[in-house]
Design a binder for this molecule. Structure first.
Ligand SMILES: *[C@@H]1O[C@H](CO)[C@@H](O)[C@H](O)[C@H]1NC(C)=O
Ligand SMILES: *[C@@H]1O[C@H](CO)[C@@H](O)[C@H](O)[C@H]1NC(C)=O
Ligand SMILES: *[C@@H]1O[C@H](CO)[C@@H](O)[C@H](O)[C@H]1NC(C)=O
Length: 351
């Protein structure tokens, strides 16, 4: 049996714990209140800052994207550079990567199989999903369409009956910085030329209609377009020039054969030299010799005199110092396109 005092003591203890509990409760509530108030204050300050901002960093951070884009902003700020994206199928995103670095020239290696053109380095690398159409023709056409929007400004008479065929201000190329700059598309034939040519010509239709973006020869003049197609590799020269009244593809003539007189600005816009064969090999640790520089100078002068541009392929890729010195000489001597596998290096080089 418990003594009455013991019960009282116990009751007294319960009362003490109760007060302590209330104290802790109030204290927690107070802490919680302070935390919430601080948070609310900070949110309110941000809201006020955003609405009534005078702070440029805050203003920039909250500027709506919708106000900073414009119809032709796809390639904004990309400076077009005279670089040729060699073996472009190596890029993670063919065509787009090269355009992103500002390369004005792209090369597609095509293999023809029953009317379809597959893109790749060799037969083992081909897949149904990587075609000339999906990797080059369609992306280029999409980029051009986005650079040539149909707006109330480019087609102002719309709705009042007559509509201008050509947009006001002219047709744009891919380059927002320089809309007059054409983009070169080299199509390297990896399968026999006479079978491959008609398939390539048919594939170009998407760049021809409904809008003709292609540089063409109209029987008397070369009319400059937004895309200029050059046929190379096993491309058959005689068939390329067979139509003397209209052609929208050009031959990539061998630089060292220009003196034959077969190649004129009506059929050849850019000619190519194979560096190792036409100029000679470069010794490790040395750059090009003076003699090699003079060969390059003479070849470029000869081509330019004929109204034809120049690109060299098979330039040394390594050691990097030799590659860069060769690039430097070619640029100094007036080469028109720099052949590059490493687009980043070529586009960042400080000449
Ligand atoms: C090819 O593309 C189709 C459809 O986009 C896809 O389902 C398929 O997995 C792709 N095949 C290969 C080999 O990449
Ligand atoms: C060819 O183009 C030139 C220059 O644009 C033009 O003057 C000429 O009329 C065109 N010829 C034909 C047949 O379209
Ligand atoms: C030349 O090409 C044009 C345009 O494709 C075509 O209309 C014309 O019939 C062709 N001429 C010849 C002789 O093949």
């Amino acid at each position: 049996m418990l003594a009455p005092g013991a019960i009282l003591r116990t009751e007294g203890g319960v009362g003490r714990y109760d007060r302590l509990g209330k104290l802790i409760g109030s204290f927690s509530f107070f802490v919680l209140f302070v935390l919430c108030a601080t948070q609310l204050f900070s949110i309110a300050t941000t809201v006020v800052k955003v609405i009534f901002t005078t702070d440029l960093q805050t203003f920039l951070l909250h500027f709506p994207l919708s106000k900073s884009t414009y119809p032709t902003s796809l390639t904004r700020d990309i400076l077009p550079k005279p670089i040729h994206s060699h073996n472009d199928y190596w890029r993670r995103v063919p065509a787009y990567t090269a355009i992103g670095y500002g390369c004005i020239s792209i090369e597609a290696d095509v293999w023809e199989y029953s009317g379809e053109l597959f893109v790749g380095h060799d037969i083992a690398s081909l897949t149904r999903n990587r075609t000339f159409k999906s990797l080059y023709v369609e992306p280029l056409r999409k980029m051009l369409d986005s650079q040539n929007p149909d707006t109330e400004f480019t087609h102002p008479r719309k709705g009042e009956g007559e509509e201008p065929d050509e947009p006001v201000g002219g047709r744009n190329g891919i380059w927002d910085v320089d809309p007059g700059q054409t983009t070169h598309l080299f199509v390297d034939f990896k399968t026999p030329g006479h079978n491959t040519l008609p398939v390539v010509v048919a594939h170009l239709e998407a760049l021809r209609t409904p809008v003709n973006y292609l540089t063409h020869f109209n029987g008397t003049h070369v009319v400059h377009g937004q895309i200029t197609v050059h046929l190379t590799g096993d491309a058959p020269f005689d068939s390329i020039i067979a139509n003397s009244s209209y052609r929208d593809y050009f031959y990539d003539a061998p630089l060292r054969d220009l003196s034959s007189g077969r190649y004129t600005p009506e059929n050849t816009i850019i000619s190519s030299g194979q560096f190792g064969r036409d100029v000679g090999s470069v010794i490790w640790g040395r750059g090009m010799t003076e003699k090699q520089r003079l060969i390059v100078r003479a070849q470029i002068e000869e081509a330019h005199k004929r109204g034809i541009k120049v690109r060299y392929w098979d330039t040394p890729g390594w050691p990097i110092s030799v590659r860069n010195r060769v690039w430097g000489v070619l640029v100094q001597e007036g080469v028109d396109l720099l052949n590059a596998d490493d687009l980043k290096s070529a586009s960042y080089l400080d000449w």
